[in-house]
Ligand binder design. Structure first.
Ligand code: GLC
Length: 557
C-alpha cells in the first residue's frame, strides 16, 4: 500500500499513541459518505461498501483524515437507513459485515479513520424489539421500550398529545390489531417507520452501550450520534409549552441526556483514548449546546449555527466569535460544516437571494445564480478549512455539485411526502456521484443502469475525472486546500486572531505564518502585507482580492 506523506494514523488498536494522534478529532478533515450514493461496485444502481473500498485512493488523494458513514446497517430504508433494523448487520444493499471490517482496515492503511452513525432516538419498525412489542400487545413489558399510549377522545381516535413529527404531520401513528380493530398509538418524532425508544428503559441503555462496543471492537474511530438532543422524554408526554425554559422542553435537550452520554464517554475511553463521540445537536442556545462538550461528555458536535448562516460577513463573524468563545469555555474544538446529507448544496444555496439555510424555507423553483454560488462556495470552503478546529465535508461538495430538483415521481425522502409534497425534501443533495464519462451513470455504477436517484444529464463536466484534469476546478481547489490544511502547522486545532479589515471582509491570522482573508463585499479589497500567497479561490484582480473570494497568505515577517 502507498505511503502517505505526513499522514497516516498509527494503527487504531495498537495502543501506542502520541497525544496528537489521540486527539486527531480536534483538527481533522472529515468526509461524510452517504453510501447509497458514493459508488456502486455491484452494478445494481445503489452505492455499496465495495464501491467505497475501490475509491479509497480518491479519498487519500483528496487529503481527508477520516470518513463518516451515514447508517450502513440493515434497514428497510424508510429514511435512507436512519431506520435501523439491526445494528450488527450491514444492509445487503451495501455489503456485509466482513466487507465493513475490510473497509475499516483498508482505510486505515491509507491513513483514513472510520466514523459510523448511531441512531439512538429511534429504530426501524422492522427492528425485533418493535415487532415483539406489536405482537405482545398493550400493557406488555415489550411495549415499554417504546412510547405506546392509548389515544384521546371517546374511542381513542385522537393521538395522545399534539406533538408533530420533525418531518411534518403528527408524531403518532395508531396500530391496528389483526382483526382490524384500532389499537394503541406509538410515538415517532420522525417517520412512522421510526418508532422512538424509551430511554428511561434499562434495556435501551444497555443495548446501545453494547452496540458502541461492537463497533469500537471493529476498529471504528468515532461515532456520529444522530438526533443527539432528542432521546430523553418527559414520561408524562405533555403537550408542548409555548416557550419552554432550557431543559424543560418535553423532548429537546433534557438534562437526563448528559448522564447517558457520560456513560458513552466512559466506554469510548476504554479504547486507547482515541475514539470520538460527535453529536448531531441542533440547539439555538450556545450555553446549552456546549454543555454536551464538557470533557466528560461528547468530544465534538456539528456547528449548525455556522452551517445555516447566510453569506454575510457580520453574521459569519458573530458565529465564529460565539463558536470559539463558547467552545473555549469547555476546552472543546469547534467544528466547521458547510453541507451534509440533509442540507441544500452550497453552490445552489449561496447563489440564491436568501443564502441562509432553514428546513422550512426549502421550496421548488427557488432561483439560483450558479456562477455566483460557485464562487462563494469556493471562498466559503477555504474559510471553513482555515478556522480553528475540525472541518466536515459532504461527498460531492468537493465536486461543487448543485442541488438537483429530483422529479417528484422519483423522490424517496419521507420529508417530501410528510410535507404533503410542498417540501422538495433532501434527495437533491443525495444524488449518486459522477465519477467519469459523458452521461449517466457517469461511472457511478459498473453497469449501464438507472441509479436509485436519477442523475442530471448535464453533469459530464462535473465528474471527478473531468475535474482532475482542470487545475481551476472545484476538485482541484479542494485537493490543494486540504493539502495545505493538512501540512501547515498553524491550521486545524488551535487559535486565531482577527486582523483589522473593512466591514465586509473576514481576515484572521493563525499562528505566525498563516492569514485567511475572505471578501464578502461587492468590491475588491487590498491584501494584508504578505510574503507569499498559498492559495486563492479566484484569481486576484490587479493584486487585490475580488468579491466573493478567499486568499491564504504567509504574512510578511
Ligand atoms: C438526522 C439525520 C437525518 C435523519 C434524522 C432522523 O437529522 O441527519 O438524515 O432523517 O436524523 O434519523
Amino acid at each position: 500500500m502507498d505511503e502517505i506523506p505526513g499522514a497516516g494514523p498509527s494503527q487504531a488498536s495498537s495502543g501506542q499513541h502520541s497525544a496528537a494522534d489521540r486527539d486527531w478529532w480536534r483538527g481533522a478533515a472529515i468526509y461524510e459518505i452517504y453510501p447509497r450514493s458514493f459508488a456502486d461496485a455491484n452494478g445494481d444502481g445503489t452505492g455499496d461498501l465495495a464501491g467505497v473500498r475501490a475509491r479509497l485512493p480518491y479519498l487519500r488523494d483528496l487529503g481527508i483524515d477520516a470518513m463518516w458513514f451515514t447508517p450502513w446497517y440493515q434497514s428497510p430504508m424508510a429514511d435512507g437507513g436512519y431506520d435501523v433494523a439491526d445494528y450488527r448487520a450491514i444492509d445487503p444493499l451495501f455489503g456485509d459485515l466482513a466487507e465493513a471490517e475490510a473497509l475499516i482496515s483498508d482505510a486505515l492503511g491509507y491513513g483514513i479513520r472510520t466514523i459510523i452513525d448511531v441512531v439512538p432516538n429511534h429504530v426501524s419498525d422492522q427492528h425485533v424489539w418493535f415487532q415483539q412489542a406489536i405482537a405482545a400487545g398493550p400493557g406488555s413489558p415489550e411495549r415499554e421500550r417504546f412510547w405506546f399510549r392509548e389515544g384521546r377522545g371517546p374511542n381513542g381516535e385522537e393521538p395522545p398529545n399534539g406533538w408533530t413529527s420533525e418531518f411534518g404531520g403528527r408524531a403518532w401513528s395508531r396500530l391496528t390489531a389483526p382483526d382490524g380493530t384500532p389499537e394503541q398509538w406509538y410515538l415517532h418524532l420522525f417517520a412512522a417507520g421510526q418508532p422512538d425508544l424509551n430511554w428511561g428503559h434499562p434495556d435501551v441503555r444497555r443495548e446501545h452501550e453494547d452496540v458502541l462496543r461492537f463497533w469500537f471492537d471493529r476498529g471504528v474511530a468515532g461515532i456520529r450520534i444522530d438526533s443527539a438532543a432528542l432521546l430523553a422524554k418527559d414520561p408524562a408526554l405533555p403537550d408542548l409549552p409555548i416557550q419552554p425554559l432550557p431543559g424543560e422542553h418535553p423532548y429537546v435537550d433534557r438534562d437526563d441526556l448528559q448522564e447517558i452520554y457520560r456513560s458513552w464517554r466512559r466506554i469510548a475511553e476504554e479504547y486507547d483514548g482515541d475514539r470520538a463521540l460527535i453529536g448531531e445537536i441542533w440547539l439555538p442556545n450556545p450555553d446549552r449546546f456546549v454543555r454536551y462538550l464538557r470533557s466528560d461528555v461528547l468530544h465534538a458536535a456539528f456547528n449548525f449555527d455556522f452551517l445555516t448562516a447566510p453569506w454575510d460577513a457580520e453574521v459569519l463573524r458573530t458565529s465564529i466569535d460565539t463558536t470559539l468563545m463558547m467552545h473555549g469555555r469547555v476546552g472543546a474544538p469547534a467544528t466547521w460544516v458547510l453541507s451534509n446529507h440533509d442540507i441544500t448544496r452550497p453552490v445552489t444555496r449561496y447563489g440564491r437571494a436568501d443564502t441562509g439555510f432553514a428546513f422550512d424555507r426549502k421550496r421548488y423553483g427557488t432561483p439560483s445564480d450558479r456562477v455566483l454560488g460557485e464562487r462563494r462556495a469556493r471562498a466559503a470552503a477555504m474559510l471553513a478549512m482555515a478556522l480553528p478546529g475540525a472541518y466536515y465535508l459532504f461527498q460531492g461538495e468537493e465536486l461543487g455539485l448543485d442541488e438537483v430538483e429530483v422529479p417528484r415521481e422519483r423522490i424517496q425522502d419521507p420529508m417530501h411526502f410528510r410535507s404533503g409534497g410542498v417540501d422538495p425534501g433532501r434527495d437533491g443533495c443525495r444524488v449518486p456521484l459522477p465519477w467519469d464519462g459523458e452521461k449517466p451513470p457517469y461511472g457511478f455504477s459498473s453497469g449501464d443502469v438507472d441509479t436509485w436517484l436519477p442523475q442530471p444529464d448535464d453533469w459530464a463536466s462535473m465528474t471527478a475525472e473531468a475535474q482532475s484534469a482542470d487545475p481551476g476546478s472545484m476538485l482541484s481547489l479542494y485537493r490543494m486546500a486540504l493539502m495545505v490544511r493538512r501540512t501547515h502547522p498553524d491550521l486545524g486545532d488551535g487559535s486565531m486572531k482577527w486582523i483589522p479589515s473593512a466591514p465586509g471582509v473576514l481576515a484572521f491570522q493563525r499562528g505566525d505564518s498563516f492569514i485567511n482573508i475572505t471578501n464578502l463585499d461587492t468590491d475588491p479589497c487590498e491584501l494584508p502585507s504578505h510574503e507569499r500567497i498559498w492559495l486563492t479561490s479566484a484569481p486576484l484582480e490587479g493584486g487585490r482580492l475580488p468579491a466573493n473570494a478567499t486568499a491564504w497568505l504567509r504574512p510578511s515577517a
